[in-house]
Design a protein around this ligand. Sequence first.
Ligand SMILES: NC(=O)c1ccc[n+]([C@@H]2O[C@H](COP(=O)([O-])OP(=O)(O)OC[C@H]3O[C@@H](n4cnc5c(N)ncnc54)[C@H](O)[C@@H]3O)[C@@H](O)[C@H]2O)c1
Length: 255
Amino acid sequence: MTVAAAPARFTGRTALLTAAGSGIGAATARRLAAEGASVLVTDVDAKAAQRVTEEIRAGGGRAEDRPLDVTSPDQWATAVAEAESWTGRLDVLHLNAGRNLPGAAHELDDAAWHDQLRLCLDSVFYGVRAAVPLLRTARGAVVITSSVHAAIGFKGFPAYAAAKGGIDALVRQLAAEYGGRIRFNSVLPGAVVTALWAETPPEYKAQTIARTPVGRLGTPEDIAAAVAFLASEDASFVTGQNLLVDGGRSISSQE
Ligand SMILES: NC(=O)c1ccc[n+]([C@@H]2O[C@H](COP(=O)([O-])OP(=O)(O)OC[C@H]3O[C@@H](n4cnc5c(N)ncnc54)[C@H](O)[C@@H]3O)[C@@H](O)[C@H]2O)c1
């Protein structure tokens, strides 16, 4: 028996990624490009998106970048139009923008609550609305970055948990709505070492590792691998799912 090398799963495909100038989004852009995708790297931080694009090109991949603030429906329309004019298609959409704005419910003002939902949840609606026509034509896939906060309770992040939980409900609705034409799934990262974790005290990191069965924090590449799977034909029978990629944090006891 001859064992053939696995083909690059995204050859001839175009992917648009948000918040891809750093962390999980950047790792996913690198991963999809390494597997043959043409990647449109977007971020509100234009310079960060440009750095990732240059890195991918230097490695022989195909990438373009553009600034995109995911909370702006107008900017979404332009970004999707640019993807279309670049390669004529859109196969993969990774909706990844998010940041946790802490505050217990009794301390949150209206503005903080709405800011959190606008960044993490409204932005997903804007992106899907703009991209559905192209994705439908390409029979594409959407992967949205949710969070372990959608699955288990943590003190101090009610708005973040509500926004991420909204994503997980929304993928089921969208998967049902668009059936065989577009697949929708979410990934729920646990603790992943990115800029979000830069300010985290060492004791909290140690405590998190102790509560994580695999015994380490996650890497952006751990999440990129899961996003690539869900976006690929390997997952052609998977839709409407919320995949926890958290080293088992959500199934371990709190002790
Ligand atoms: N790192 C973790 O432990 C962790 C855990 C669970 C979920 N997540 C989720 O993963 C996603 C990525 O997080 P990360 O840790 O890679 O973050 P990161 O801080 O490394 O990168 C975030 C990126 O988002 C960009 N951004 C911020 N506001 C934006 C906007 N309005 N429009 C477009 N881009 C914007 C920033 O410029 C930055 O490049 C987020 O949705 C986050 O909620 C992260």
